[in-house]
Structures are given as structure tokens and as C-alpha cells.
Design a protein around this ligand. Structure first.
Ligand SMILES: Cc1cc2nc3c(=O)[nH]c(=O)nc-3n(C[C@H](O)[C@H](O)[C@H](O)COP(=O)(O)OP(=O)(O)OC[C@H]3O[C@@H](n4cnc5c(N)ncnc54)[C@H](O)[C@@H]3O)c2cc1C
Length: 448
């Protein structure tokens, strides 16, 4: 189609804020520069979040050449810009403000950025908590307290480290230093349609599911028996729902636990009424006219439920990092001491980073990473971050599980204690202790 360059239009993804610019097209998805929106095939998916073309709407207001747009006040455009309003983003804002009361801080968040403790999402239903009870501090209050300019519902979509500019769905921001705290997003296998499966990786996702489950006992299928899947299964069962937990492996949490421990977890979940189905791959999820979902497995099993939850792991979105040419290896690669990315003045922390090729998606390192970043970007002396594998504690109340160290997937476990109440195992490599596992309550052991 031959159209004047002045007629180029942009369309924004309502789900993630990605902007499709007709002039640039999206060569990564096979759309050549100049592809008109109406010429994009209907089955084209948002390259960032995977929703359909129909989820895009016309976008106006972006000024590609300017540094601001109507929605972004021009004042204090430079300074520290933080991408992400989760625990990591706010931790950096706190750490920077604690060291410097004057430096400009702008926090850009795709979500509302209210402060809540994400680990509570997998125990909140059983405790009868409503979404508003989980918010510890509203985003606007936190921003006021810290003197932070807050841009919520704003997506970072591109980054130029050399120009020191961050492109967002509300315009372009200049920065002196940038911190990426964009988290990780659920990795959905092709069989799990995002329209039919809940994801519990943020308060909004949990709140939507909570809205369905608070109405009374429901049948819920949870796909994926990792940490989050197992915790949710226990929590939902405690709240009175009928839970089916499905996994590719024969026992829950198989990536972390040896078979004996996995069996204990399975039987503990089953005691609570959770139906664990292992060695099973979900082939499709469909929705009937009555709103019920049918989960069909590769071996022909059909499970009819009210809600399906995908707990199939996380992946770091690479688009911003790739647009900026940042080193990326299962996450944004950072220097393990300064937390600086491969671009000078650009830092990253939390769920979105990888250290030595490994993401580490836990709460405990975040405050230490934030402190290291705050010192480094302000040029203050600091020993830096020193990565230590956090202790993993599964929040399954019926069977506490604690893992110290990082087990090797193919390493051999040795039983140290095996009683009815406690299983304790160790894993060694080349004679050195690499991991220790406790399954059960130490209280039982003390009482024995
Ligand atoms: C159910 C559940 C239970 C958990 N339990 C535990 C536990 O018991 N112990 C533990 O240590 N850890 C636990 N975790 C992990 C822990 O919660 C996370 O490691 C931590 O919250 C990650 O924080 P974050 O700020 O890095 O990421 P997130 O909380 O994911 O925040 C990312 C932020 O970035 C924003 N964002 C994303 N993309 C963009 C963009 N393009 N532009 C602008 N903003 C963007 C998002 O809106 C969000 O505000 C649990 C996680 C879950 C889901």
C-alpha cells in the first residue's frame, strides 16, 4: 500500500503497552517496515505478551523525536529512572533516597505499582484475605513519601543507553542512570491459552482469580507443580476448593526435590484433598458454552473444571534488553558486584536478572542488590553485592520444606534422617556439601 509518510499510525497493545508503529513495522515478527495495521494477519500476536491483534487500539500522543509527551511532565526529566513497581523497583527507590535526598527519581511501572508482598499471593486465599488487604502502601503514598515521580500504567518499550533515553508508552524519558526492575512474566506453553488460564504472578492476576474463587467452592486445575503450583494447590484446598494439580513429572517439585521428598509432598497434598496427576502433559484447554473449562491431556484424560491456573514457570521479557543491545542470558546479565548491565549507567535487579547465567527469583537478594546499585550509581563507596543462594522455604503449612544450597538436578542425595515426621537429606559434589534438605517440622524431631 502506497501511503504518505505523514499518515503513519501507531497502535498500542492494551495488555502490555507495546506500540506497533506502521512506519517501522515489526521485522522480528515478519512485518516489514510500512506494513499497515489492517494488513497484519488476524492471527498475528503481540511480540511482547502474545495477545492478539484485536487487543491493539489506535495510539496517539507519542512524540518519537521529543523527550516528553503530554502525559510526562518535562520537569526533572533526568536523574534516576526505575522501570518496575514491584519489590525490586521500590527497593531501589528506597535505597537511593536513603543516600541522597535530592536526586530526581522517576519510577515507571506497567502496573498500578501499589506495594504488596508478592509471596503472600500463594497463601492469601486460605487466610481469607481480600486483594485490598494485601496492599501495604499505595503507590501514590510511597511516591510522596520518597519524593518519586510516579508513572503508572506506563510501559517501557525501548531503551537507548547511548542517548540515555527510555521509550515508554507515554513518551520518551531522559535519564542519567537507569535501573531495570521489570520482573519476569509467566511462561505459558502453547497449549495454555492466556485467555483461559489464570497466572498468579502479580496482585492483579491474583485478584481476578480471587474474584472467581470467593463465590464458593470451585473446581480448579493447576498446571505445573513447582513451588508456586504446590503452594497454590495447598492454599486453594484449604480454602475449600477442589484442586487437581498436574505436572509433567511423576512427583511434585521434581526439579528441586529427590523422589523420597517429592513423595512426601505428594501424600501431604493428597491428604488435603489435592488430586495430583503426574507424568502428564496438558495438550489443550477449551471453554464450553457454560463457562466450564476442559483440560485435555496428551494421554487423553479430560478434566472439567471452573478455573485453570498456569503455574508453568517464568521467563524474563528480552525486548527492552535486546533493543538496547544489553547482554542477555535467560535474564539481563549483570556484573555480580555492581549489578550494572553490559551498558554503563544501566543497572538491573530482581526477577529480571541473571547472574552467571542463572536467574534467582527470590525476595532475599533484592534488598542487597538495591543497596549495591544505589551506592554504585551515586558513586558512593560500597562492598557491592555478593550472591549467595537464598534458603528456599516452601510455604506448604502441612509439610514444611527447607532447602539450603543449590541442588544439582542429577546429583545424588544421601538420607541423613528418615522418620515419620522428618526427612533430612544431603547432596555432595566432589566431597563438598552442596545442598541440604529438610522435609517436615523440626518441632516433631525435637519432641521425638
Ligand atoms: C505466588 C508467588 C509466591 C512467591 N513466594 C516467594 C517466597 O515465598 N519467597 C521468595 O523469596 N520469593 C517468592 N516469590 C518470588 C518473589 O515474589 C519475586 O522474586 C519478587 O517479588 C520479584 O520482584 P520484582 O520486583 O523483581 O518483580 P515483579 O514483582 O514481577 O515486578 C516487576 C514490575 O515491573 C513492571 N514491569 C514489567 N514490565 C515492564 C515494562 N515493560 N515497563 C514498565 N514496567 C514493567 C511490572 O508491572 C511490575 O511492577 C514468589 C512469587 C510468586 C509469584
Amino acid at each position: 500500500m502506497n501511503v504518505s509518510a505523514t499518515n503513519w499510525r501507531s497502535f498500542i497493545c492494551r495488555a502490555c503497552g507495546l506500540i506497533y508503529d506502521e512506519e517501522k513495522g515489526d521485522p522480528d515478527s515478519g512485518l516489514a517496515a510500512g506494513t499497515r495495521f489492517e494488513d497484519i494477519p488476524d492471527d498475528w500476536e503481540c511480540p511482547l505478551c502474545g495477545v492478539m491483534k484485536s487487543d491493539f487500539e489506535p495510539y496517539v500522543g507519542f512524540d518519537p523525536d521529543g523527550t516528553t509527551c503530554a502525559s510526562v511532565p518535562a520537569s526533572r526529566a533526568d536523574g534516576v529512572v526505575i522501570v518496575g513497581g514491584g519489590i525490586a523497583g521500590w527497593a531501589v527507590a528506597e535505597a537511593v533516597r536513603a543516600l541522597d535526598s535530592d536526586v530526581g527519581i522517576t519510577l515507571v511501572s506497567a502496573c498500578h505499582a501499589d506495594r504488596y508482598h508478592k509471596p503472600e499471593l500463594s497463601i492469601a486465599l486460605g487466610r481469607g484475605l481480600a486483594p485490598e488487604a494485601l496492599v501495604r502502601e499505595g503507590a501514590a503514598d510511597a511516591a510522596r513519601r520518597l519524593g518519586v515521580r510516579l508513572l503508572t500504567d506506563t510501559f517501557a518499550v525501548g531503551l537507548s543507553p547511548s542517548l540515555r533515553q527510555l521509550r515508554t508508552s507515554r513518551g520518551t524519558l531522559s535519564f542519567t542512570k537507569l535501573v531495570l526492575a521489570q520482573g519476569a512474566r509467566p511462561a505459558l506453553p502453547a497449549a495454555l491459552s492466556p485467555d483461559l488460564c489464570w497466572r498468579v504472578n502479580d496482585l492483579a492476576g491474583w485478584s481476578g482469580l480471587h474474584g472467581k474463587l470467593k463465590r464458593g467452592a470451585r473446581r480448579v486445575a493447576i498446571v505445573g507443580a513447582g513451588m508456586v503450583g504446590c503452594e497454590l494447590a495447598e492454599d486453594f484446598a484449604r480454602a475449600g476448593h477442589s484442586v487437581t494439580l498436574l505436572d509433567l513429572q511423576s512427583a511434585p517439585l521434581a526439579a528441586l526435590l529427590p523422589a523420597q521428598a517429592g513423595e512426601r509432598l505428594r501424600s501431604s497434598l493428597e491428604t488435603l484433598g489435592v488430586d495430583f496427576i503426574g507424568d502428564t502433559q496438558v495438550a489443550a484447554v477449551t471453554c464450553g458454552d457454560d463457562g466450564c473449562k476442559t483440560v485435555t491431556t496428551a494421554n487423553g484424560l479430560q478434566i472439567v473444571v471452573d478455573e485453570v491456573v498456569a503455574a508453568t514457570g517464568l521467563v524474563t521479557a528480552s525486548r527492552i534488553a535486546r533493543s538496547a543491545g544489553l547482554a542477555f542470558e535467560r535474564g539481563i546479565v549483570v556484573d555480580p558486584v555492581s549489578m550494572q548491565t553490559s551498558a554503563s549507567g544501566v543497572y538491573a535487579l530482581g526477577d529480571c536478572v541473571s547472574i552467571s547465567g542463572m536467574p534467582c527469583r527470590f525476595i532475599e537478594p533484592i534488598a542487597k542488590q538495591a543497596a549495591a546499585i544505589a551506592h554504585h550509581l551515586l558513586g558512593r563507596p560500597h562492598a557491592g553485592y555478593a550472591h549467595v543462594q537464598p534458603v528456599i522455604r516452601l510455604k506448604t503449612k502441612s509439610l514444611p520444606i527447607v532447602v539450603h544450597g543449590l541442588p544439582c538436578p542429577d546429583g545424588e542425595w544421601v538420607v541423613i534422617e528418615d522418620s515419620a515426621d522428618m526427612l533430612c537429606m544431603q547432596q555432595r559434589r566432589n566431597g563438598e556439601l552442596v545442598a541440604r534438605l529438610e522435609v517436615g517440622s523440626p518441632r516433631h524431631r525435637l519432641a521425638a
